[in-house]
Design a protein around this ligand. Structure first.
Ligand SMILES: Cc1cc2nc3c(=O)[nH]c(=O)nc-3n(C[C@H](O)[C@H](O)[C@H](O)COP(=O)(O)OP(=O)(O)OC[C@H]3O[C@@H](n4cnc5c(N)ncnc54)[C@H](O)[C@@H]3O)c2cc1C
Length: 477
Protein backbone atom coordinates (compact mmCIF):
# COMPACT_ATOMS: atom_id res chain seq x y z
CA UNK A 1 0.00 0.00 0.00
CA UNK A 2 1.33 3.47 -0.81
CA UNK A 3 0.76 6.44 1.48
CA UNK A 4 1.70 10.01 0.45
CA UNK A 5 3.31 12.15 3.17
CA UNK A 6 5.82 15.02 3.19
CA UNK A 7 8.64 13.70 5.38
CA UNK A 8 9.33 10.27 6.83
CA UNK A 9 11.42 10.45 9.97
CA UNK A 10 13.03 7.05 10.60
CA UNK A 11 13.62 6.73 14.35
CA UNK A 12 11.53 8.04 17.23
CA UNK A 13 14.35 8.86 19.66
CA UNK A 14 14.92 12.43 20.85
CA UNK A 15 16.34 13.61 17.50
CA UNK A 16 13.56 12.17 15.37
CA UNK A 17 10.71 13.37 17.56
CA UNK A 18 12.20 16.86 17.89
CA UNK A 19 12.65 17.06 14.13
CA UNK A 20 9.09 15.93 13.46
CA UNK A 21 7.76 18.63 15.82
CA UNK A 22 9.81 21.31 14.08
CA UNK A 23 8.46 20.16 10.71
CA UNK A 24 4.89 20.02 11.98
CA UNK A 25 5.21 23.55 13.38
CA UNK A 26 5.68 24.68 9.77
CA UNK A 27 2.64 22.74 8.57
CA UNK A 28 4.62 19.80 7.16
CA UNK A 29 3.07 16.34 7.43
CA UNK A 30 5.71 14.25 9.16
CA UNK A 31 5.42 10.59 10.08
CA UNK A 32 7.83 9.09 12.60
CA UNK A 33 8.62 5.38 12.27
CA UNK A 34 10.15 3.46 15.14
CA UNK A 35 11.06 -0.20 15.04
CA UNK A 36 10.30 -0.78 18.72
CA UNK A 37 6.77 -1.55 19.89
CA UNK A 38 7.29 0.53 23.06
CA UNK A 39 9.65 3.32 24.16
CA UNK A 40 12.82 1.86 25.68
CA UNK A 41 13.10 1.81 29.50
CA UNK A 42 16.92 2.16 29.16
CA UNK A 43 18.09 5.51 30.51
CA UNK A 44 21.19 6.60 28.62
CA UNK A 45 21.43 10.41 28.85
CA UNK A 46 20.98 12.18 32.16
CA UNK A 47 22.29 15.62 31.25
CA UNK A 48 20.74 18.38 29.21
CA UNK A 49 22.92 21.42 28.51
CA UNK A 50 22.24 25.14 28.19
CA UNK A 51 21.72 25.37 24.44
CA UNK A 52 19.23 22.51 24.45
CA UNK A 53 17.37 24.08 27.36
CA UNK A 54 17.33 27.35 25.39
CA UNK A 55 15.97 25.48 22.36
CA UNK A 56 13.13 24.11 24.49
CA UNK A 57 12.57 27.61 25.88
CA UNK A 58 12.38 29.02 22.35
CA UNK A 59 9.48 26.69 21.63
CA UNK A 60 7.69 27.23 24.95
CA UNK A 61 8.48 23.71 26.16
CA UNK A 62 10.92 24.31 28.98
CA UNK A 63 8.57 24.36 31.99
CA UNK A 64 7.79 20.61 32.25
CA UNK A 65 11.48 19.79 31.75
CA UNK A 66 12.48 22.12 34.59
CA UNK A 67 9.68 20.71 36.75
CA UNK A 68 10.81 17.10 36.25
CA UNK A 69 14.58 17.66 36.18
CA UNK A 70 17.11 18.98 38.67
CA UNK A 71 19.60 21.75 37.95
CA UNK A 72 23.28 21.32 38.87
CA UNK A 73 26.30 23.61 38.58
CA UNK A 74 28.43 23.15 35.45
CA UNK A 75 31.88 23.17 37.03
CA UNK A 76 33.53 19.79 36.45
CA UNK A 77 31.85 18.96 33.18
CA UNK A 78 35.03 19.01 31.13
CA UNK A 79 36.80 15.68 31.73
CA UNK A 80 35.47 15.67 35.29
CA UNK A 81 38.00 18.36 36.29
CA UNK A 82 36.22 20.06 39.14
CA UNK A 83 36.23 23.86 38.99
CA UNK A 84 33.74 26.57 39.91
CA UNK A 85 31.09 27.24 37.26
CA UNK A 86 32.22 30.11 35.04
CA UNK A 87 29.97 33.07 34.28
CA UNK A 88 27.97 32.13 31.20
CA UNK A 89 26.00 34.24 28.74
CA UNK A 90 22.71 32.35 29.02
CA UNK A 91 19.58 32.44 31.13
CA UNK A 92 20.12 28.68 31.75
CA UNK A 93 23.67 28.49 33.24
CA UNK A 94 23.39 24.95 34.63
CA UNK A 95 23.11 21.34 33.56
CA UNK A 96 19.59 19.98 33.75
CA UNK A 97 19.64 16.46 35.06
CA UNK A 98 16.68 14.59 33.59
CA UNK A 99 16.49 10.94 32.49
CA UNK A 100 16.47 10.42 28.73
CA UNK A 101 13.25 8.41 29.05
CA UNK A 102 11.52 11.49 30.55
CA UNK A 103 12.97 13.75 27.84
CA UNK A 104 11.69 11.38 25.17
CA UNK A 105 8.25 11.18 26.76
CA UNK A 106 7.89 14.96 26.99
CA UNK A 107 9.13 15.50 23.43
CA UNK A 108 6.79 12.79 22.14
CA UNK A 109 3.81 14.32 23.94
CA UNK A 110 4.61 17.67 22.35
CA UNK A 111 4.99 16.12 18.88
CA UNK A 112 1.69 14.28 19.23
CA UNK A 113 -0.09 17.43 20.39
CA UNK A 114 1.18 19.18 17.26
CA UNK A 115 -0.27 16.38 15.13
CA UNK A 116 2.82 14.29 14.37
CA UNK A 117 1.95 10.68 13.64
CA UNK A 118 4.23 8.22 15.43
CA UNK A 119 4.08 4.65 14.14
CA UNK A 120 5.65 2.04 16.39
CA UNK A 121 6.62 -1.52 15.39
CA UNK A 122 7.59 0.08 12.05
CA UNK A 123 11.12 -0.86 11.10
CA UNK A 124 12.60 0.67 7.98
CA UNK A 125 14.51 -1.98 6.05
CA UNK A 126 14.88 -0.52 2.56
CA UNK A 127 14.73 2.75 0.67
CA UNK A 128 15.02 4.12 -2.84
CA UNK A 129 14.75 7.63 -4.19
CA UNK A 130 14.00 9.39 -7.47
CA UNK A 131 13.53 13.01 -8.60
CA UNK A 132 10.17 13.36 -6.85
CA UNK A 133 10.54 11.52 -3.59
CA UNK A 134 11.65 8.62 -1.44
CA UNK A 135 10.13 5.19 -0.99
CA UNK A 136 10.67 3.40 2.31
CA UNK A 137 10.20 -0.33 2.73
CA UNK A 138 9.14 -1.54 6.15
CA UNK A 139 9.86 -4.91 7.73
CA UNK A 140 6.17 -5.84 7.64
CA UNK A 141 6.14 -5.53 3.85
CA UNK A 142 4.38 -2.16 3.70
CA UNK A 143 5.78 0.69 1.65
CA UNK A 144 5.62 4.43 2.33
CA UNK A 145 6.25 7.27 -0.05
CA UNK A 146 7.29 10.81 0.94
CA UNK A 147 9.07 13.81 -0.54
CA UNK A 148 11.98 13.51 1.91
CA UNK A 149 13.25 11.04 4.51
CA UNK A 150 15.48 11.73 7.49
CA UNK A 151 17.43 8.95 9.20
CA UNK A 152 17.29 9.62 12.96
CA UNK A 153 17.70 5.92 13.60
CA UNK A 154 20.66 6.00 15.98
CA UNK A 155 24.31 4.98 15.82
CA UNK A 156 23.67 1.75 13.92
CA UNK A 157 21.54 3.68 11.41
CA UNK A 158 19.96 1.49 8.75
CA UNK A 159 19.33 4.61 6.66
CA UNK A 160 23.02 5.56 6.69
CA UNK A 161 23.99 2.02 5.69
CA UNK A 162 21.39 1.87 2.91
CA UNK A 163 22.71 5.17 1.55
CA UNK A 164 26.23 3.76 1.59
CA UNK A 165 27.50 6.83 3.48
CA UNK A 166 30.91 6.22 5.02
CA UNK A 167 31.18 6.44 8.82
CA UNK A 168 34.90 6.84 9.44
CA UNK A 169 36.50 7.12 12.86
CA UNK A 170 37.71 4.92 15.68
CA UNK A 171 36.04 1.63 16.67
CA UNK A 172 34.97 0.65 20.16
CA UNK A 173 37.99 -0.31 22.25
CA UNK A 174 36.36 -0.63 25.65
CA UNK A 175 32.84 -1.59 26.53
CA UNK A 176 30.88 -0.66 29.64
CA UNK A 177 27.89 -2.32 31.28
CA UNK A 178 25.09 -0.07 32.56
CA UNK A 179 21.90 -0.91 34.41
CA UNK A 180 19.37 0.04 37.06
CA UNK A 181 18.94 -2.37 39.97
CA UNK A 182 18.55 -2.66 43.73
CA UNK A 183 21.52 -3.16 46.08
CA UNK A 184 21.59 -4.83 49.50
CA UNK A 185 24.97 -3.40 50.58
CA UNK A 186 24.88 -0.41 52.94
CA UNK A 187 25.41 3.16 51.68
CA UNK A 188 28.73 3.25 53.60
CA UNK A 189 30.03 0.08 51.92
CA UNK A 190 28.92 1.28 48.49
CA UNK A 191 30.63 4.65 49.04
CA UNK A 192 33.86 3.09 50.28
CA UNK A 193 34.03 0.53 47.44
CA UNK A 194 33.25 3.20 44.83
CA UNK A 195 36.05 5.40 46.15
CA UNK A 196 38.59 2.57 46.24
CA UNK A 197 37.81 1.07 42.82
CA UNK A 198 37.70 4.44 41.07
CA UNK A 199 41.35 5.01 41.96
CA UNK A 200 42.18 2.57 39.18
CA UNK A 201 38.97 2.13 37.16
CA UNK A 202 36.78 5.13 36.28
CA UNK A 203 34.18 3.05 34.42
CA UNK A 204 32.75 1.84 37.70
CA UNK A 205 30.20 3.16 40.16
CA UNK A 206 26.80 2.84 41.82
CA UNK A 207 24.77 6.04 41.93
CA UNK A 208 21.60 6.20 44.08
CA UNK A 209 18.47 7.20 42.16
CA UNK A 210 16.08 7.05 45.13
CA UNK A 211 13.66 4.33 46.30
CA UNK A 212 16.59 1.93 46.79
CA UNK A 213 17.37 1.87 43.06
CA UNK A 214 20.91 2.48 41.77
CA UNK A 215 22.41 3.26 38.36
CA UNK A 216 25.31 0.82 38.22
CA UNK A 217 28.27 0.93 35.83
CA UNK A 218 31.00 -1.71 35.40
CA UNK A 219 33.59 -2.51 32.73
CA UNK A 220 32.59 -5.36 30.41
CA UNK A 221 34.87 -8.31 29.81
CA UNK A 222 36.02 -7.46 26.28
CA UNK A 223 33.90 -6.08 23.46
CA UNK A 224 30.64 -7.79 22.44
CA UNK A 225 30.07 -8.58 18.79
CA UNK A 226 26.52 -7.21 18.94
CA UNK A 227 26.06 -4.44 21.48
CA UNK A 228 22.33 -4.26 20.83
CA UNK A 229 22.07 -7.51 22.85
CA UNK A 230 21.92 -6.54 26.55
CA UNK A 231 24.18 -8.30 29.06
CA UNK A 232 22.68 -10.99 31.26
CA UNK A 233 22.29 -10.20 34.96
CA UNK A 234 24.80 -13.01 35.66
CA UNK A 235 27.38 -11.30 33.42
CA UNK A 236 26.72 -7.99 35.19
CA UNK A 237 27.24 -9.53 38.65
CA UNK A 238 30.40 -11.30 37.49
CA UNK A 239 31.88 -8.04 36.22
CA UNK A 240 31.11 -6.27 39.50
CA UNK A 241 32.84 -9.10 41.37
CA UNK A 242 35.81 -9.09 39.01
CA UNK A 243 36.26 -5.31 39.30
CA UNK A 244 35.38 -4.63 42.94
CA UNK A 245 35.50 -7.98 44.69
CA UNK A 246 31.79 -7.57 45.56
CA UNK A 247 28.56 -7.37 43.62
CA UNK A 248 26.90 -5.23 46.36
CA UNK A 249 24.20 -7.91 46.63
CA UNK A 250 22.53 -6.56 43.50
CA UNK A 251 19.04 -7.82 42.68
CA UNK A 252 15.81 -6.89 40.91
CA UNK A 253 17.35 -5.32 37.79
CA UNK A 254 15.00 -2.85 36.02
CA UNK A 255 17.01 -2.95 32.78
CA UNK A 256 20.55 -3.81 31.61
CA UNK A 257 22.50 -2.38 28.71
CA UNK A 258 26.01 -2.01 27.29
CA UNK A 259 27.75 0.82 25.43
CA UNK A 260 31.04 1.30 23.61
CA UNK A 261 33.44 4.18 23.05
CA UNK A 262 33.49 4.35 19.26
CA UNK A 263 33.96 7.79 17.72
CA UNK A 264 32.65 8.19 14.18
CA UNK A 265 31.04 10.74 11.93
CA UNK A 266 29.11 10.34 8.67
CA UNK A 267 31.00 11.81 5.73
CA UNK A 268 27.80 13.29 4.30
CA UNK A 269 24.59 14.34 6.02
CA UNK A 270 22.58 14.43 2.77
CA UNK A 271 22.22 12.21 -0.24
CA UNK A 272 19.54 13.68 -2.51
CA UNK A 273 16.24 13.58 -0.65
CA UNK A 274 17.55 11.62 2.31
CA UNK A 275 19.30 13.23 5.29
CA UNK A 276 20.88 12.06 8.54
CA UNK A 277 20.66 13.59 12.03
CA UNK A 278 21.58 12.75 15.61
CA UNK A 279 23.47 9.56 16.44
CA UNK A 280 22.83 8.34 12.88
CA UNK A 281 25.28 11.07 11.82
CA UNK A 282 27.78 10.98 14.69
CA UNK A 283 28.72 8.85 17.70
CA UNK A 284 31.23 9.41 20.49
CA UNK A 285 31.78 8.36 24.13
CA UNK A 286 29.29 9.94 26.56
CA UNK A 287 31.90 12.21 28.22
CA UNK A 288 30.42 15.58 29.05
CA UNK A 289 26.92 14.33 28.16
CA UNK A 290 26.66 15.76 24.66
CA UNK A 291 25.11 13.26 22.21
CA UNK A 292 21.42 13.83 22.87
CA UNK A 293 22.03 17.57 22.99
CA UNK A 294 23.81 17.47 19.65
CA UNK A 295 20.93 15.51 18.10
CA UNK A 296 18.27 17.93 19.39
CA UNK A 297 20.26 20.81 17.96
CA UNK A 298 20.72 19.04 14.59
CA UNK A 299 16.94 18.69 14.48
CA UNK A 300 16.46 22.35 15.39
CA UNK A 301 18.79 23.38 12.57
CA UNK A 302 17.30 21.04 9.97
CA UNK A 303 13.58 21.31 10.74
CA UNK A 304 12.77 24.77 9.36
CA UNK A 305 15.08 24.32 6.38
CA UNK A 306 13.51 21.06 5.29
CA UNK A 307 10.07 22.57 5.91
CA UNK A 308 11.00 25.50 3.66
CA UNK A 309 11.84 22.99 0.89
CA UNK A 310 8.56 21.18 1.35
CA UNK A 311 6.61 24.45 1.52
CA UNK A 312 8.28 25.67 -1.65
CA UNK A 313 10.04 28.84 -0.50
CA UNK A 314 13.53 27.57 0.31
CA UNK A 315 16.25 29.65 -1.32
CA UNK A 316 19.01 27.87 -3.26
CA UNK A 317 21.44 26.16 -0.89
CA UNK A 318 19.31 26.43 2.27
CA UNK A 319 18.98 22.67 2.77
CA UNK A 320 22.68 22.12 2.13
CA UNK A 321 23.51 24.69 4.80
CA UNK A 322 22.39 22.00 7.27
CA UNK A 323 25.49 19.92 6.60
CA UNK A 324 27.71 23.01 6.18
CA UNK A 325 26.70 24.24 9.65
CA UNK A 326 26.21 21.04 11.63
CA UNK A 327 29.02 18.78 10.38
CA UNK A 328 31.77 21.02 11.86
CA UNK A 329 29.85 21.29 15.15
CA UNK A 330 29.71 17.51 15.57
CA UNK A 331 33.35 17.18 14.46
CA UNK A 332 34.28 19.56 17.29
CA UNK A 333 32.25 17.51 19.80
CA UNK A 334 33.99 14.33 18.64
CA UNK A 335 37.30 16.09 19.18
CA UNK A 336 36.47 17.31 22.66
CA UNK A 337 35.40 13.79 23.69
CA UNK A 338 38.68 12.42 22.28
CA UNK A 339 40.55 14.99 24.37
CA UNK A 340 38.48 14.18 27.47
CA UNK A 341 39.12 10.46 26.96
CA UNK A 342 42.87 11.08 27.05
CA UNK A 343 42.56 13.37 30.09
CA UNK A 344 40.62 10.68 31.97
CA UNK A 345 43.24 8.00 31.44
CA UNK A 346 44.96 7.00 34.68
CA UNK A 347 48.34 6.55 32.96
CA UNK A 348 51.12 8.88 34.25
CA UNK A 349 51.48 10.89 31.01
CA UNK A 350 47.78 11.79 30.62
CA UNK A 351 47.58 12.41 34.38
CA UNK A 352 50.40 14.98 34.04
CA UNK A 353 48.52 16.67 31.17
CA UNK A 354 45.39 16.60 33.33
CA UNK A 355 47.19 18.40 36.16
CA UNK A 356 48.44 21.00 33.68
CA UNK A 357 44.95 21.41 32.23
CA UNK A 358 43.56 21.81 35.73
CA UNK A 359 46.04 24.64 36.37
CA UNK A 360 45.02 26.32 33.11
CA UNK A 361 41.36 26.01 34.03
CA UNK A 362 42.00 28.20 37.05
CA UNK A 363 41.99 30.99 34.47
CA UNK A 364 38.29 31.83 34.21
CA UNK A 365 38.52 32.30 30.44
CA UNK A 366 39.96 28.82 29.87
CA UNK A 367 37.36 27.27 32.16
CA UNK A 368 34.57 29.14 30.34
CA UNK A 369 35.92 28.21 26.89
CA UNK A 370 35.90 24.50 27.71
CA UNK A 371 32.48 24.54 29.38
CA UNK A 372 31.02 26.57 26.49
CA UNK A 373 32.21 23.91 24.06
CA UNK A 374 30.15 21.35 25.93
CA UNK A 375 27.02 23.40 26.45
CA UNK A 376 27.11 24.63 22.83
CA UNK A 377 26.34 28.31 23.37
CA UNK A 378 29.57 29.42 21.69
CA UNK A 379 28.66 28.06 18.24
CA UNK A 380 29.06 30.55 15.43
CA UNK A 381 27.94 29.49 11.97
CA UNK A 382 29.88 31.02 9.10
CA UNK A 383 27.56 33.69 7.68
CA UNK A 384 30.51 35.78 6.47
CA UNK A 385 32.19 38.83 7.94
CA UNK A 386 30.18 41.18 10.12
CA UNK A 387 28.91 42.09 13.57
CA UNK A 388 30.08 39.83 16.40
CA UNK A 389 26.56 38.47 16.86
CA UNK A 390 26.29 37.36 13.23
CA UNK A 391 25.99 33.55 13.00
CA UNK A 392 25.59 33.12 16.76
CA UNK A 393 22.42 32.22 18.58
CA UNK A 394 20.95 35.17 20.44
CA UNK A 395 20.42 34.60 24.13
CA UNK A 396 16.98 35.20 25.63
CA UNK A 397 17.16 38.96 26.14
CA UNK A 398 14.64 40.90 28.20
CA UNK A 399 12.50 43.29 26.16
CA UNK A 400 10.34 46.15 27.33
CA UNK A 401 7.33 43.92 26.67
CA UNK A 402 8.38 40.44 27.76
CA UNK A 403 11.23 38.19 26.68
CA UNK A 404 12.68 37.37 23.28
CA UNK A 405 12.16 33.59 23.42
CA UNK A 406 8.46 34.08 24.15
CA UNK A 407 8.21 35.56 20.66
CA UNK A 408 9.72 32.50 18.98
CA UNK A 409 7.35 29.69 19.92
CA UNK A 410 5.89 29.41 16.41
CA UNK A 411 9.26 28.74 14.78
CA UNK A 412 9.12 31.68 12.37
CA UNK A 413 11.86 34.13 11.46
CA UNK A 414 11.94 37.30 13.56
CA UNK A 415 13.10 40.85 12.98
CA UNK A 416 13.70 42.41 16.38
CA UNK A 417 13.73 46.07 15.55
CA UNK A 418 14.85 48.67 18.09
CA UNK A 419 14.68 51.48 15.49
CA UNK A 420 11.01 51.16 14.52
CA UNK A 421 12.01 52.14 10.97
CA UNK A 422 12.44 48.75 9.30
CA UNK A 423 10.03 46.50 7.43
CA UNK A 424 9.73 42.86 6.35
CA UNK A 425 6.94 43.54 3.84
CA UNK A 426 7.15 40.76 1.24
CA UNK A 427 8.26 38.21 3.86
CA UNK A 428 5.57 38.79 6.49
CA UNK A 429 4.24 35.27 5.91
CA UNK A 430 7.62 33.83 7.07
CA UNK A 431 9.13 36.54 9.30
CA UNK A 432 7.57 38.37 12.25
CA UNK A 433 8.45 42.02 12.82
CA UNK A 434 8.63 43.08 16.46
CA UNK A 435 9.43 46.67 17.41
CA UNK A 436 10.71 46.72 20.98
CA UNK A 437 13.83 47.64 22.93
CA UNK A 438 16.24 45.70 25.10
CA UNK A 439 18.94 47.03 27.38
CA UNK A 440 20.73 43.70 26.85
CA UNK A 441 20.99 44.04 23.06
CA UNK A 442 23.75 46.22 21.66
CA UNK A 443 22.48 46.34 18.08
CA UNK A 444 19.83 48.49 16.37
CA UNK A 445 18.04 45.48 14.86
CA UNK A 446 18.65 41.76 14.44
CA UNK A 447 17.13 39.32 11.98
CA UNK A 448 16.79 35.87 13.58
CA UNK A 449 16.31 32.60 11.75
CA UNK A 450 13.69 30.20 13.17
CA UNK A 451 16.52 28.46 15.06
CA UNK A 452 17.44 31.71 16.80
CA UNK A 453 20.73 32.31 14.97
CA UNK A 454 21.45 35.89 13.96
CA UNK A 455 21.19 36.27 10.18
CA UNK A 456 21.67 40.03 10.01
CA UNK A 457 22.50 42.98 12.28
CA UNK A 458 22.00 46.61 11.31
CA UNK A 459 19.64 49.53 10.78
CA UNK A 460 19.62 49.87 7.01
CA UNK A 461 16.46 48.75 5.17
CA UNK A 462 18.28 48.22 1.86
CA UNK A 463 20.83 46.00 3.54
CA UNK A 464 18.03 44.04 5.21
CA UNK A 465 16.28 43.58 1.86
CA UNK A 466 19.54 42.17 0.52
CA UNK A 467 19.81 39.69 3.38
CA UNK A 468 16.23 38.38 3.74
CA UNK A 469 16.23 36.29 0.51
CA UNK A 470 19.34 34.35 1.58
CA UNK A 471 17.42 32.71 4.43
CA UNK A 472 13.75 33.28 3.62
CA UNK A 473 13.56 33.07 -0.18
CA UNK A 474 11.87 35.48 -2.56
CA UNK A 475 9.49 38.24 -1.48
CA UNK A 476 5.82 37.69 -2.21
CA UNK A 477 3.18 40.24 -3.16
C1 LIG B 1 25.71 5.67 28.98
C2 LIG B 1 25.30 6.83 28.11
C3 LIG B 1 25.11 8.08 28.69
C4 LIG B 1 24.76 9.14 27.91
N1 LIG B 1 24.59 10.36 28.52
C5 LIG B 1 24.27 11.43 27.77
C6 LIG B 1 24.03 12.70 28.38
O1 LIG B 1 24.10 12.85 29.61
N2 LIG B 1 23.71 13.75 27.59
C7 LIG B 1 23.61 13.61 26.23
O2 LIG B 1 23.35 14.60 25.54
N3 LIG B 1 23.79 12.42 25.63
C8 LIG B 1 24.11 11.33 26.35
N4 LIG B 1 24.24 10.11 25.74
C9 LIG B 1 24.02 9.98 24.29
C10 LIG B 1 22.52 9.88 23.94
O3 LIG B 1 21.94 8.79 24.63
C11 LIG B 1 22.35 9.70 22.43
O4 LIG B 1 23.19 10.61 21.76
C12 LIG B 1 20.91 9.93 21.99
O5 LIG B 1 20.06 8.88 22.41
C13 LIG B 1 20.80 10.06 20.46
O6 LIG B 1 19.46 10.27 20.10
P1 LIG B 1 18.94 9.83 18.65
O7 LIG B 1 17.49 10.15 18.64
O8 LIG B 1 19.81 10.44 17.63
O9 LIG B 1 19.17 8.25 18.57
P2 LIG B 1 18.54 7.10 19.49
O10 LIG B 1 18.22 7.61 20.84
O11 LIG B 1 19.45 5.94 19.37
O12 LIG B 1 17.16 6.77 18.79
C14 LIG B 1 17.09 6.06 17.59
C15 LIG B 1 15.69 5.48 17.43
O13 LIG B 1 15.59 4.88 16.14
C16 LIG B 1 14.92 3.65 16.24
N5 LIG B 1 15.36 2.84 15.10
C17 LIG B 1 16.58 2.27 14.91
N6 LIG B 1 16.63 1.65 13.73
C18 LIG B 1 15.41 1.82 13.15
C19 LIG B 1 14.85 1.42 11.90
N7 LIG B 1 15.55 0.69 11.01
N8 LIG B 1 13.57 1.77 11.63
C20 LIG B 1 12.83 2.50 12.53
N9 LIG B 1 13.33 2.89 13.72
C21 LIG B 1 14.60 2.58 14.01
C22 LIG B 1 15.31 3.10 17.61
O14 LIG B 1 14.33 2.19 18.09
C23 LIG B 1 15.38 4.38 18.44
O15 LIG B 1 14.13 4.67 19.05
C24 LIG B 1 24.61 8.99 26.51
C25 LIG B 1 24.78 7.75 25.92
C26 LIG B 1 25.13 6.66 26.71
C27 LIG B 1 25.32 5.32 26.07
Amino acid sequence: MTDVIDVIVAGGGPTGVMLASELRLQGVRAVVLDKDAEPTPVVRALGMHARSVEVLDQRGLVEPFLALGKTHPLGGFFAGIVKPSPTLDTTHPYVLSIPQTTTERLLTEHATELGVEIRRSSELVGLSQDDDGVTADLADGTRLRARYLVGCDGGRSTVRKLLGVNFPGEPTRVETLLGEMELTASMETIGAVNAEVRKTQLRFGAMPLGNGIYRVVAPADGVAEDRSVPPTFEEFKQQLQATAGTDFGVHSPRWLSRFGDATRQAERYRVGRVLLAGDAAHIHPPLGGQGLNLGLQDAFNLGWKLAAEVNGWAPEGLLDSYQAERHPVAAAVLDNTRAQTVLMSLEPGPQAVRRLMSELMDFEEVNRHLIEKIIAIEIRYDFGEGHELLGRRLRDVALKQGRLYDLMHDGRGLLLDQTGRLSVAGWADRVDHVVDVSEELDAPAVLLRPDGHVAWVGDDQQELLGRLPRWFGAAVG
